[in-house]
Each structure stands twice: as C-alpha cells, then as structure tokens.
Design a binder for this molecule. Structure first.
Ligand SMILES: Nc1ncnc2c1ncn2[C@@H]1O[C@H](COP(=O)(O)OP(=O)(O)OP(=O)(O)O)[C@@H](O)[C@H]1O
Ligand SMILES: [Mg+2]
Length: 603
C-alpha cells in the first residue's frame, strides 16, 4: 500500500509570504526597499509619505526611469530583477537591489498599488495586488516615474502585525531610515511626510556637507574625514574631540559602503579604536562615514535585508578607517576666542562661517600655531594586523598609539611664552596671534600621550620607594585596584594586599610625585570602579593613563619658571591631538592676529 505524499509544493503566494518574513519586518523596511528601488531607477527626487507610522499607508513616489507595462508585471514576480543576469554579476554589484525579492515580498503581505510610466512612453500602467494576487491591471495616464502605495501592512498575517510598535515608534524608525538614505545620496532630493506633518525636506544638494546642513543645521562639533589609501576612499564627518559638554558628541553612526547603509562590526571597532587613542570620553561618537572601494572587494550578498557586507580584506578596511578618523581628529583646531557676544566655535564644522568665532573652515589648513597641523603618515601598505578583531594586550596598546603617528612636523615657529596669568594660564604669542594655554590641561595631554607611547613599548618607568608606603582604602577601592594588577604593574606601580583593605606600595611610576602617590591611587581606584564591569583591559589602561597623567601634571596655581613654560609649549607642539585633553577639555584658546588688527581698525 502506498501512502499519499507528505510533500507538496507551496503556492507562489505562500512562498512569497515566507520570503517576506526575512525582508519585511516593519513599515521602515518597506520604505527602505521602495526608496532603494527608486534610487536604482536614477530618481532625482523621492517623496515618502506614511500614515499611522506606515502601518496604514506607505507611499513612495519617484521621478526615475519608470517601467513599461511588461516590466511592471514582471517586477512584482519573485526572482525578477533588471539588476543582475548571471552569477558573475553578483561579484560586482553597483545597485542597491539585486535579489528580485522585495516587491513580491511586500505585495504578499499588503495591498500594493503600482503606477508607473517609462521614460519617453506615452501611457502609464497601473497594477493592484492584494496578498500577492494581482487584482487588476490597466493603462492610465501618469507622470514619468513610479509611485508605489502600500496599504494595510500585514493585513493577512495578524501574528506579524502584533509585533509592530506604536505609530509614533514606527514613524521614528521611518524617519531615521529616510535620514540615512538622504545622507547616503545628497544629490537626490528627499521629502518625508507623516500624516499632514512634513518631517524631512531636503532638495537635491551639492554634496554631503550641504546635506548634513539640511538635516542637522550648522554643526561645528564635527570634523571632516578625507583619506584615500590602498584603493579605499573614506570621506565624511565625525564628532570632534571637543564636543558640547566635553568629549565628542554622541549620536547616530551612519556608515555607507559604496552608497549602501550598513551595520558592520569591523567598522564599529575601527571607530572605537580611533577615538580611544585620543579621548577617554566617548564610546559611541556621532559619525557619518562613506567608504568607497571596488565592488569586487566587498560581498553584499550576505543577508536578505542587504544591510550587512563582508569585506574581502577586513583588516585592511579596519586599518584605513582607523587612520582616516585618527587623522581627522588630530586636525581639530584650537578654539578661537570671539571678542563679541558670538560664542566661540569649536571644531571644524562647516567651512562657510567667515569672520568672527571661527578661524578656518572644513578642508582649510589648520592654524599655523599648532594643533591644526595634520599628521603626515606614510601610505598604508603592508603591516596590517592579521585579524583586527583578535588582540593581545600588546597589540591593543600598540594600536592605541600607533608608532606611525608621527608628531606633527609642519609647525614652523614655536609659541613664545610671555608669562602666566593667575599662575594658571600661560600667555604666549607667535606671528599668528596670542594664545592662552591652560597649563594643567596642556601638561595632562602631553603626559597622556607619553604614557600611552611608553605603554606601547612595554611598561612605564617606575621608581622604587625606600620605605614602602601603606595606604588604607575602602573595600570597593581595593577590589577595583586588585582586579587590575597587571595593568597597574605596566603603569609602574608595585602594589600588594597588606591585610584588610590596606595596600602596600613598593614602587610607583617615575612621572608621579611621591607626595601625589596616594591621591593618584585613590583616583585610579575610583576611576576603575566607575568603569563598566568587565571593561576591556585597554580601556582600563587608557583610563589609568589619563588619571596618572592628570595627577602627574602641573596644577593650576603653580608658579612656572620660563624654562618650564618653554618646555611645555615645545612638548605640546610635538603632541598629537594637542588641542584638547583626554577628557575633551580645550587646551588652548587663540586670539588671531586678524581679529586683533580688525579690533584696532588696522585693516
Ligand atoms: N521605482 C522603480 N522604478 C523603476 N523600476 C523599478 C522600481 N522599483 C522596482 N523596479 C524594477 O522592478 C524590479 C524588481 O524590484 P525588486 O525590488 O523586487 O527587486 P530588485 O530591486 O531587483 O532586488 P531586491 O530584491 O534586492 O530589492 C527591479 O529590478 C526594477 O527593474
Ligand atoms: Mg529592490
């Protein structure tokens, strides 16, 4: 007796609904697919409207190439695409779409209306699909381009509908997504309306900077990134070290690889590395980064939503990106003193602000004092870590202060100290103006860089105490220190438990004054205690370097000899990131010659 076959072929509709599970998660995913199609069709303007967070309606209109009647019918079928033809094409994708799955997936879980007219054609086509089944097709009059209208998402899949968030939350997702797509394609005009509210309105822009301005207004707290190496181009804007309220601004991380918005761990890691070399303040800085590389060096066919990529040379990408950001951060200029009520601007930001407040704009060379001098790095070739993700402590520290970061040699004439103001600020001059330097913060930055550099080479020099010192600590403080014995030893401390919560100190870093030892250790303990549990050792080390530097640095209200002032200014010139301290506080304020001359009406 033969039993009936248990295996049957799924209907096309059901197969599409299953595929939709991967691609269509929420209204924002529908927006993404439809807008990416419009971009692939060469649109100059794309209008997006949503109602009830896109659950009721998502409409995307474009003025792109449009489709003929025949193409329109095919476009809604599974595995139908104009973007690839054969397997080899997958290796060099230049379009955002290529799977031929988005439209049938969306159509299978909603009501979809398509109106389109191919460029040059006299008539247009309208197709209605419900739950994947074509309801009607007719010829219509339509403007060139394409409009998709999706209504009642998941009307036929109630289980999925339940997973949607509130209208407000879905609208936020859509808005974030359109913002990202608009950033990725400045030359295309975008608009987004939700109900009657206009959320985004950006006409076609000349470039990223203008698009950033359209979306975020003036941003003095971003610095420009621009680097080309090993066939990879990195451009964009990232949070400056001295952002609002100290430290780089936290914010969205928009990453584009060949125009495609992606999430990628290698890139995230490179960003963290670049910042960690310069500041202990921020772990999620705002970045808008564009990475361009030959399409055959990046695999985009990794995930159904196409938001992940695989780099052929992962560690190369990591390295180029880290250097690109690192160099940009070093170019952060000294904030200029505004003599009028206009607040002084920090960071490079937009280059269009002339006169007061800002001395130079994006892309302009830095100030001829210091800090603006860009680091001259050799080309990126060879010597990349085998795997950027796997590190020993040594690798980590070496990567934190890459020895390729040469001191800025561009500065011609040093600042000449005139004296101190309130024993706290050094007043100095050069040809370009007057500078006021916070002596403590400046020394702190110098020492931080030195400490990190020496850690790269191994350990810090330590000084043995003739008489070991015993320090009483709180239980939390002692535990915080005990948990980081190895890092303490590298910094030059020789400490051991001495019964109860006491600590016996036999040696300390040579740069720390014996008298400051106890305060430094307590500060270290508190700092370490405040770190997230299980924070990586590199982060602990960096924090310790900053704390050690802070406690070894000259203080406010310290009288300095002229020699010491000259020394500090000279060292500062040699120091990377010299315009801000590791905590993001400014080191120097400048009053430019131009400003002075303008004030005295000499020009
Ligand atoms: N707005 C549009 N303007 C012109 N043609 C379009 C538009 N949207 C879709 N098409 C055509 O319909 C085809 C199918 O679109 P669909 O989004 O389903 O697949 P795809 O974009 O090729 O690949 P993917 O599934 O990765 O998005 C596209 O290849 C394209 O030729
Ligand atoms: Mg598509």
């Amino acid at each position: 007796m033969t039993r009936p076959s248990r295996i049957t072929r799924l209907s096309t509709e059901l197969a599409n609904q299953i595929a939709a599970g991967e691609v269509v998660e929420r209204p924002a995913s529908v927006v993404k697919e439809l807008v990416e199609n419009a971009l692939d069709a060469g649109a100059h303007r794309i209008g997006v409207s949503v109602e009830l967070g896109g659950k009721r309606l998502v409409r995307v209109e474009d003025d792109g190439d449009g489709m003929t009647a025949e193409e329109a019918a095919l476009a809604l079928e599974r595995h139908a695409t104009s973007k690839i033809r054969r397997l080899e094409d997958l290796a060099s994708i230049t379009t955002l779409g290529f799977r031929g799955e988005a439209l049938p997936s969306i159509a299978s879980v909603s009501h979809l209306l398509l109106r389109t007219r191919a460029r040059g054609a006299s008539r247009g086509t309208e197709i209605r699909v419900s739950g994947g089944v074509t309801v009607s097709t007719r010829e219509i009059g339509a403007s060139e381009g394409t409009t998709f209208e999706m209504t009642d998402l998941f009307y036929n899949v109630p289980a999925r509908r339940k997973f949607l968030k509130s209208d407000g939350a879905e609208t936020t997702q859509v808005s974030r997504l359109v913002t990202q797509l608009a950033l990725g394609h400045p030359e295309v005009g975008f608009s987004l309306t939700s109900g009657r509210r206009q959320l985004i309105q950006c006409p076609p822009a000349a470039g990223l900077q203008e698009r950033l301005f359209q979306l975020y207004k003036d941003r003095d707290d971003l610095v420009e990134v621009r680097k080309q190496a090993a066939g990879i181009t990195v451009t964009g804007f990232v949070a400056a070290l001295a952002g609002p309220g100290q430290g780089p601004r936290r914010g969205p991380q928009n990453i584009f690889v060949n125009g495609r918005g992606v999430k990628d761990r290698t890139i995230g890691h490179a960003i963290v590395h670049a910042y960690s070399a310069a500041t202990i303040k921020e772990r999620s800085p705002e970045v808008h980064l564009f990475i361009e590389m030959p399409p055959d060096r990046v695999d985009v066919n990794v995930h159904p939503t196409k938001a992940e990529v695989r780099f052929l040379e992962q560690s190369l990408v990591h390295e180029v990106l880290r250097r690109a950001i690192g160099e940009a951060l070093e170019q952060g200029p000294a904030p200029e003193i505004g003599l009028d009520p206009v607040a002084p601007a920090v960071g490079v930001g937009r280059g269009t602000v002339a006169g007061e407040g800002m001395a130079f704009g994006a892309g302009a060379p830095g100030p001829p004092g210091w800090g603006g001098a860009s680091t001259l790095m050799g080309g990126v070739s060879g010597g990349f870590p085998a795997d950027a993700a796997a590190h020993s402590i040594g690798d980590l520290v070496r990567e934190m202060r890459p020895n390729t970061v040469a001191p800025a040699p561009v500065v011609d004439r040093p600042l000449q100290p005139l004296g101190q103001f309130r024993d706290t600020f050094i007043i100095a001059i050069d040809d370009e103006g007057i500078a006021i330097i916070d002596q403590h913060v400046a020394h702190e930055r110098i020492l931080f860089e030195q400490v990190m550099e020496r850690l790269t080479a191994g350990a810090l020099e330590s000084q043995q105490l003739l008489m070991p010192m015993v320090i009483d600590l709180s239980a939390a403080e002692r535990q915080a220190l005990a948990a980081h014995g190895e890092a303490l030893a590298r910094l030059g401390f020789d400490v051991e438990a001495f019964g109860g919560d006491s600590l016996r100190v036999a040696a300390l870093p040579a740069i720390v004054d014996v008298g400051a030892c106890e305060t430094a250790l307590r500060a270290l303990a508190q700092d370490l205690d405040g770190l997230d549990q299980g924070a990586a050792i590199d982060e602990a080390l960096r924090h310790m370097a900053a704390t050690t530097a802070c406690h070894a640095a000259v203080k406010a209200n310290d009288r300095l000899t002229p020699e010491k002032m000259v020394y500090l200014l000279d060292e500062l010139r040699r120091t990377a990131h010299s315009s801000v301290c590791p905590h993001g506080r400014p080191v120097v304020l400048r009053l430019s010659r131009r400003e002075i001359e303008r004030r005295f009406e000499r020009i």
